[in-house]
Design a protein around this ligand. Structure first.
Ligand code: SAH
Ligand code: SF4
Ligand code: F3S
Length: 470
């Protein structure tokens, strides 16, 4: 495990303005972290650039979840090294994120062009680390998981320092994982479950709302296990946090991801009935539909519990769009187990879902389990599962035709005055002649649903209900 590593950097040859390029891999938590890194570096004179060629400082914010994700980092670093050489060494390269945490020393060894390795809990130390790169090679600074320090430091100048980009924003409320699913690296790369205090989150959300943010997506590896302290020093819950966030003027939509089925409390389900701002889209990974595989995965629940949970969620919020994650080819998975997964998918009927071939990760229990499934078998299963999930997604999108949905417009589209926003169910919605509405929540009549998006037209005022249902 590596938290931070630094080695001597090239002398500073390029005084202000300095350019920062960040490339982000992996989950939304990395997206949030990348934004925070940009925030802490801004006072040092770093402005973000989209062009790596003009960067003085490059950060790769990496993901370790599957082998492919981790290997990508090394090939990208090869390219960065060439770029650095072409600049005579006048570029600092940092590797952040979960690969940094899991194999920092190996990164330093495999790619000498890397100046800094910084784990997910140490981003607030970036300004100091940058200065220290001028010092000792391979210096190791702080190696514990101390999420509390990270968030304290990141929110000291806090909400106010946050740059926002449009009407939607991520807001990390919880980090880490204590679940130890046998296939997963996250408990090792992100450490133990830890929740930010309620007051800090509300302050950050208020700051975002003041800057025009209308939708917040609360992030956590186990976001529904959120138990941050409230003003009285007692453990709060995600449900209570949602009620409080919904009170903030300007916050019209709340989403959260990723949830674990075992932490889906009755209180949270109830909140979906009572809080209109909580959007009817839920990412609730199940990974497999086979009880046997779920046990081997250490998911700590079976298929029946998951299916009953979905029933209760849909009772509270009948239009809830379900999303999930699946792994095929987990060690020991038979055709029969896979059939159980397909059966569960048919029963749930997902609006969208992600599916992956099992990738053995070093140090996780599943990596050394017997009966690893041959790649061809796993690939075939993946194709079958993805075809079914795609069929469900297309049907879900098509079923929106004729409905009037609230759309939060986020950005300009590719054609003329087209604007693109999101439906309550998270699909992209394309609407012509709507670019004046960017940043606003507006009723839209859906005229068609395609595989990956919806097409809509602005509903006339006569069609618009006083308060749109969703
Ligand atoms: N905390 C979330 C998921 C985090 S990782 C949860 O508990 O569901 C995101 C997804 O990556 C997982 O849901 C899983 O489907 C997939 N994943 C994780 N480890 C994997 C591995 N070793 N091989 C293939 N997919 C994996
Ligand atoms: Fe990984 Fe399981 Fe934790 Fe999700 S709950 S992050 S899959 S260990
Ligand atoms: Fe990847 Fe780390 Fe997120 S391993 S999925 S970036 S928590």
């Amino acid at each position: 495990m590596t938290d931070t590593l630094a080695r001597e950097a090239a002398p500073e040859t390029n005084p202000a303005p300095k350019r920062l390029f960040i490339k982000t891999y992996g989950c939304q938590m990395n997206v949030y972290d990348s934004e925070r890194m940009a925030d802490v570096l801004r006072p040092l004179g770093y402005a973000q650039t989209e062009t790596v060629d003009e960067a003085d400082f490059v950060i790769l914010n990496t993901c370790h979840i599957r082998e492919k994700a981790a290997e990508k980092v090394y090939s990208e670093l090869g390219k960065m090294r060439e770029l650095k050489d072409s600049k005579g060494g006048a570029m600092t390269i940092a590797v952040a994120g979960c690969v940094a945490q899991a194999e920092g020393e190996e990164i330093m060894r495999r790619q000498p062009a890397v100046d800094l390795v910084v784990g997910p809990q140490a981003y607030h130390q970036l300004p100091e680390l940058l200065t220290r790169t001028a010092r000792a090679r391979g210096e190791r600074i702080g190696a514990d998981f101390a999420a509390v320090d990270k968030f304290d430091a990141l929110s000291a100048d806090g909400a106010a320092a946050r740059g926002v980009d449009g009407p939607t924003a991520f807001l990390t409320v919880q980090e880490g994982c204590d679940k130890f699913c046998t296939f997963c690296v996250v408990p090792y790369t992100r450490g133990a479950e830890w929740s930010r205090p309620v007051a800090d989150i509300l302050a950050e959300a208020r700051g975002l709302a003041e800057k025009g943010v209308r939708e917040v997506t609360l992030l956590g590896q186990n976001v529904n296990a959120y138990d941050g302290l409230d003003g009285a020093g007692a453990a709060s819950t995600l449900a209570r946090l949602s009620y409080a966030l919904a009170e903030i003027p300007g916050i019209q939509r709340i989403r959260y991801t990723t949830s674990h089925p075992n932490d889906m409390s009755d209180e949270l389900i109830q909140a979906h009935r009572d809080v209109p701002a909580l959007m009817p889209y839920l990412h609730l990974p199940v990974q497999s539909g086979s009880d046997r595989i779920l046990r081997l995965m250490n998911r700590k629940h079976g298929r029946t519990k998951y299916l009953e949970l979905i029933d209760r969620i849909r009772e509270a919020r009948p239009d809830m769009a379900m999303s999930g994650d699946f792994i095929v080819g987990f060690p020991g998975e038979t055709d029969r187990d896979f059939e159980d997964t397909l059966d569960l998918v048919r029963k749930v009927n997902y609006a969208s879902a992600f599916s992956f071939m099992y990738s053995p990760r070093p140090g996780t229990p599943a990596a050394t389990m017997a009966a690893q499934v041959p790649a061809e078998v796993a690939r075939e299963r993946l194709q079958v599962l993805q075809a079914l999930l795609l069929e469900q997604q297309i049907a879900f999108n098509a079923s929106q035709k004729g409905r009037t949905l609230d759309v939060l417009f986020q950005k300009k589209g590719r054609h003329g005055r087209q604007a693109i926003g999101r439906s309550p169910y998270l699909q992209s919605v394309h609407v012509d002649d709507a670019d004046h509405l960017i940043g606003r929540l507006v009723p839209v009549e859906i005229v068609s649903g395609q595989q990956n998006s919806l097409t809509g037209r602005l509903a006339t005022m006569a069609d618009v209900p006083q308060r749109a249902a969703v």
